[in-house]
Ligand binder design. Sequence first.
Ligand SMILES: NC(=O)c1ccc[n+]([C@@H]2O[C@H](COP(=O)([O-])OP(=O)(O)OC[C@H]3O[C@@H](n4cnc5c(N)ncnc54)[C@H](OP(=O)(O)O)[C@@H]3O)[C@@H](O)[C@H]2O)c1
Length: 370
Amino acid sequence: MRFLRSRSLGVRLSDASYSLLGHYSKVGLRCIVTSCRAVVLPRFGGPEVLELRPNVDVPALKPNEVLVRARAVSINPLDTRMRSGYGRSIFEPLLPLILGRDISGEVAAVGASVRTLNVGQEVFGALHPTAIRGTYADYAILSEDELAPKPASVTHVEASAIPFAALTAWRALKSTARIAQGQHVLVVGGGGAVGFAAIQLAIAAGCSVTATCGSQSIDKVLAAGAEAVDYTVEDVELAIKGKFDAVLDTIGVPETERIGINFLNRGGHYMTLQGEAASLTDRYGLGIGLPLSTTILLKKQIQYRYSHGIEYWWTYMRADSEGLDEIRRLSEAGKLKIPVEKTFPITEVREAHKAKDKKLIPGKAVLEFD
Ligand SMILES: NC(=O)c1ccc[n+]([C@@H]2O[C@H](COP(=O)([O-])OP(=O)(O)OC[C@H]3O[C@@H](n4cnc5c(N)ncnc54)[C@H](OP(=O)(O)O)[C@@H]3O)[C@@H](O)[C@H]2O)c1
């Protein structure tokens, strides 16, 4: 019986690293996994601080939560930055934590109020940037609205590269700037995961898109339907033509901010992914850093509204079930993809982080589970 239950969950009995208790309920077989392998961050530092531990506790599911058996998790810049201490004002008291935002896998169990997902279903999704128990684990916990059925046309590895980056782009372009058909969108950093997702979302929304990117990304940016400006060989300011209704700046340094703002139409939206809230709270502590970052943001918003007639935003990834559903549909239709450059087994997580730190992998890296 135990064998049948385990097989129906897609759980391998050969994995000695977790324990299972199964029972039947009205939604079918549910499973309680009490411990599993996970990549733990016990302290901040280089890739060597990452520890793949065999028996990390899996908390009980809350009613709206879903237990996902991980098949692939992608590495985001946030993972390597968190590992190095970015966000320490929030995360330090909560160590040890588990890194990882993106996931693609199968539903292993569902909380009592989960209605849209079932045990055994293939899903993909992403956790909120401040989640403590991340996805670098055999079993991850996400809320129902952070997950959607995996697009059938892509593999787990391909699916795991999409949600965090695409939801970040979605938050900026759709929720903040509310881009509409016929508008002009500038993406600064169109070669990266978020930038490339933004290009594809804007094209799908019927916008015309210009993107800055490096030489290695030109072909993919052009193929996605955008105009490409190579920041490594061109003077970006001279090469960009026209004015824009929305600028998504994934680089967010003073120069790209100045250029982005100057290319906006009045009433347009400038959105940077490099908001200063985390770096200021890391430097000054939560008590001073948070109010200081709010003041800086407000000052910039007022200043640019007055000087340029534009809206200025720091945008952050947020879970958005409607957004994830549209991202799934676009991916299913072949209109939204994020190329995966290299995969590593989860056992080589340190090597993967090392390669990302040294910029040896130009695109997405994904960790695979056996
Ligand atoms: N605020 C949030 O919630 C949030 C969420 C996700 C990501 N982020 C941040 O957003 C940034 C991008 O994330 P990502 O996942 O897209 O990273 P990524 O996939 O590593 O992409 C980074 C890309 O930036 C491009 N680049 C570097 N310098 C550039 C420049 N001067 N002009 C134009 N492009 C340049 C490079 O493109 P080429 O290969 O074409 O040279 C590189 O591939 C990271 O800093 C990340 O931490 C923030």
